[in-house]
Design a protein around this ligand. Structure first.
Ligand SMILES: [Zn+2]
Length: 325
């Protein structure tokens, strides 16, 4: 049985595994999933047992995972009769045949929230609360306060980009499913299958999640440049026919240095530069546009390239994605 959510005891809240990963890598937050306790997200089930009756995480701290992260039962984990999470068999849809770690991500968030989720630390952890920094998104809860019910954290929404990306990657072979499942970001809603757009077709529509196979990552003094393998075919005004143009995105080093998940991000990039595996890049928030840049060989000449500067590293991922090639 895989869990869409688990109850995190110290935060007194239900978290997806992607929330947990985000917290683990966030250097502004005091959180380590290896020291946290997670329980069945079914309230009745959780209340019925002591805290030690918990779940474990899979791929919660591995920056460069290939297999889908999730929560899972320990062999000793108990559930109350009738708990929907109790069965080790597939849910009614019967799509999952095995209780293995190799499964696909089955919980498709219907919306990617562009504002990061905030967490409220339980007041019981008094000593820890004193250490919490003022700009820490995991805030100490004022004594007596109740968790706010109206918070925008319905289980079908996420603020972690890796979650919809994992849905797309791990279900890539199931085109019908990706056509069926809707995704909303900002004002735009489209099925997963069309919200994710190959970079070579970026002229089709603006404001989507673009992705493509990485050709090369170049490390410059002030920035990194990701070159995509595929080209955009485009006809410029006054030209007779379409010509192929390279696509790239730039990441400024300043942006990386100020990133709350800097260490994990640098690990991701280092792995990508050293790796001999096929790697893919996913990004949201900017659409590469045609720019004229000076040629290296003869700087008086320019050539056209589709390029964009990444503005938010929370919406940028480089990863292995077997099956997408
Ligand atoms: Zn349960």
């Amino acid at each position: 049985m895989k869990f869409d959510l688990a109850y995190c005891v110290s935060l007194d809240d239900k978290l997806s595994i992607y929330d947990v990963r985000d917290l683990n890598f966030d250097e502004t937050v005091d959180f380590d999933s290896a020291k946290e306790q997670f329980q069945c997200p079914n309230d009745a089930c959780r209340m019925a047992f002591e805290v030690s009756n918990g779940l474990v995480t899979f791929n919660a701290k591995n920056v460069n995972y290939v297999r889908t992260p999730h929560f899972k039962n320990l062999t000793t984990t108990r559930h109350v009769t009738g708990c929907p999470y109790a069965s080790s068999k597939a849910p009614a849809s019967g799509s999952e045949t095995e209780d293995g770690d190799d499964g696909r991500e089955e919980h498709f968030p219907s919306e990617l929230l562009l504002t990061r989720r905030e967490y409220v630390r339980k007041p019981a952890a008094a000593e820890t609360a004193a250490d919490v920094r003022r700009d820490d998104p995991v805030r100490a809860e004022p004594t007596g306060a109740k968790p706010s019910a109206g918070r925008n954290t319905a289980p079908d929404k996420t603020s972690v980009f890796a979650h919809p990306v994992e849905c797309f990657v791990s279900n890539f072979a199931d085109k019908d499913l990706l056509k069926r499942m809707p995704l909303k970001i900002g004002e735009h809603t489209a099925p997963y299958g069309s919200f994710f757009k190959k970079v070579e077709y970026l002229l089709d529509n603006k404001g989507l999640i673009y992705w493509g196979k990485i050709k090369e990552i170049k490390d410059y003094t002030q920035s990194l440049r990701i070159d995509f393998e595929q080209k955009v075919w485009f006809k410029q005004a006054g030209e007779a026919k379409k010509k192929p143009y390279s696509v790239n995105v730039y990441l400024s080093k300043k942006l990386i240095d100020n990133y709350r998940k800097r260490k994990a991000f640098l690990e991701e990039i280092k792995h990508a530069i050293d790796s001999d595996k096929e790697l893919f890049c996913f990004f949201y928030g900017v659409t590469p546009e045609l720019k004229q840049v000076p040629s290296k060989k003869s700087p008086e000449q320019t050539f056209g390239v589709f390029s964009a500067n990444i503005e938010n590293l929370d919406h940028f991922i480089v990863r292995e994605a077997p099956g997408l090639a």
